[in-house]
Design a protein around this ligand. Structure first.
Ligand SMILES: [Ca+2]
Ligand SMILES: [Ca+2]
Length: 325
């Protein structure tokens, strides 16, 4: 073998590991570039999300201020400033939509039980059954009993924790109020689509869902959380007033069409005497609990916030009950 041949063979032996190392280095570089781009995208996404969340929070705080600034805390109606939805774009290019819905415009399902005499609780449950029947749930008795057992503090009913255990369900009665409307699906007799099934009024072709009339306001109470006659949909008012009270509800709707009701007295002066006590407890002209909905958009990114807040009717102070981003 000549010296030249020996050198070429050695060079070949050296070149192979060099090529492998170069190949590995290139693969590593590509991988690092890929990872750094991925991290950059992740960082950008985190930054976008953080910017959207900051904008949502800022918008919700402004909405709470609008509620606090309401000039008349003793009456609430859909023409007030707080009730108008808002849209604007921030200097950083985030588009925002803000809407406030009055939760007292619906019936609070937690009214199924409250600290009171057994007789008053039964009256409230009977009224809830009548109302649901009017709204299209023609067999609400077992459901309302199950809901009352879910909420009431004892374990003495037909649908208490024992029943869920005997039926191999993982649920147990919390014996406390519902926190969200989605919790309703865990209560015996309530299906996932109970609130969203479409019903049709017997007297018209318009369709609706129970979700339009029912709310969940968390918190204990000593009397039912009332429905605001200025903001409640006519069908809910008819359902609450009961069969045979259509003329009275027509008066109510005529009154409020001429301006917000600031007192229940004119209505109570003309209501059926047998209904007056209950209606005084379940109706009001003001609201105390509101849902603030905020949506934020920027490019392909969107985010939402739902805040449930309670406003003190004496000083207008607004307190957060739930904050869901
Ligand atoms: Ca007001
Ligand atoms: Ca119970």
């Amino acid at each position: 073998m000549t010296p030249l041949q020996r050198t070429s063979k050695k060079t070949g032996i050296i070149l192979l590991p060099v090529l492998i190392i170069l190949g590995l280095a290139a693969a590593l570089t590509i991988n690092m570039l890929f990872l750094s781009r991925l991290r950059l995208r992740e960082r950008e996404s985190i930054l976008h999300t953080a910017q959207l969340h900051a904008a949502l929070t800022d918008a919700a705080l402004q909405a709470m201020q609008r509620l606090a600034d309401d000039e008349d805390l003793q009456a609430d109606h859909p023409k007030e400033t707080w009730a108008q939805s808002l849209e604007y774009t921030t200097p950083t290019g985030i588009s925002l939509w803000i809407g406030i819905t009055d939760q007292n415009s619906k019936f609070d399902l937690n009214n199924v039980w409250f600290e009171s005499t057994p007789n008053e609780q039964l009256l409230a449950q009977d009224a809830l059954m009548d109302m649901l029947t009017y709204l299209g749930d023609y067999n609400p008795v077992d459901r309302i009993q199950a809901l009352a057992d879910w909420v009431d503090p004892d374990e003495d009913g037909f649908r208490e924790s024992d029943w869920y255990e005997e039926n191999d369900l993982s649920n147990r009665c919390p014996n406390a109020w519902l926190n969200t409307i989605s919790e309703l699906t865990r209560v015996a007799g309530f299906s996932k689509d109970y609130l969203t099934n479409r019903h049709e009024w017997a007297r018209s072709s318009s369709s609706y869902t129970l979700r339009d009339y029912l709310a969940v306001i968390p918190g204990s109470r000593r009397s039912p959380v009332p429905i605001n006659v200025n903001t409640a949909p006519p069908a809910l008012l008819r359902a609450v007033a009961g069969i045979g009270q259509d003329t009275w509800v027509d008066y109510l709707l005529t009154f409020r069409a001429n301006g917000a009701l600031t007192s229940l007295d004119p209505l109570m002066a003309i209501v059926d005497a047998s209904k007056a006590d209950y209606l005084r407890k379940i109706l009001d002209v003001r609201s105390t609990v509101y849902a603030i909905h905020v949506r934020a958009f920027q490019g392909d990114h969107t985010a939402r916030l739902l805040a449930l807040v309670r406003r003190d009717p004496t000083d207008g102070g607004v307190q957060v009950l739930q904050w869901m981003l």
